[in-house]
Design a protein around this ligand. Structure first.
Ligand SMILES: [Zn+2]
Length: 123
């Protein structure tokens, strides 16, 4: 997979998780675009598989990205549910890219989050 493939695949996976509702205030986010426009990103992406260097997880913990609903509740988007083969292809890309760029794993993961957000908002 290339970086563009990952952005497209994970973006599609995120979009498929809508509509969804804030369990606290009941606001409905009809589309991922609504969600990205209305909520505020908070914290870092958490990817325990990447942090632990577990590049071939048989039970992936997945990556979690958090955003705050205007009511103050924190909502999470997850990569859980991606096919295992896709997850492994993404892990391969991450491992390679982290080594090639000589950067912290978190930096690559955050860059992906930024690109996926931008890509979804452009559609
Ligand atoms: Zn809410």
């Amino acid at each position: 997979m290339t970086e563009d493939d990952i952005v497209a695949t994970v973006g599609k996976h995120m979009a498929a998780q809508f509509p969804r509702k804030c369990p606290n205030c009941g606001r409905t986010y009809a589309t991922v675009q609504d969600y990205l426009r209305i909520t505020t990103p908070v914290g870092q992406v958490i990817s325990d598989d990447v942090t632990e260097g577990n590049w071939r997880p048989t039970k992936p913990l997945g990556a979690l990205a958090f955003s705050n609903c205007p009511c103050g509740d924190t909502l999470a988007m997850s990569t859980n549910g991606l096919p295992l083969a896709t997850t492994w292809a993404i892990m391969d890309w991450l491992r390679r890219t982290i080594a090639e760029r000589g950067v912290e794993p978190q930096a690559v993961v955050e860059e992906l989050r930024t690109r996926i957000r931008a890509e979804l908002l452009a559609n």
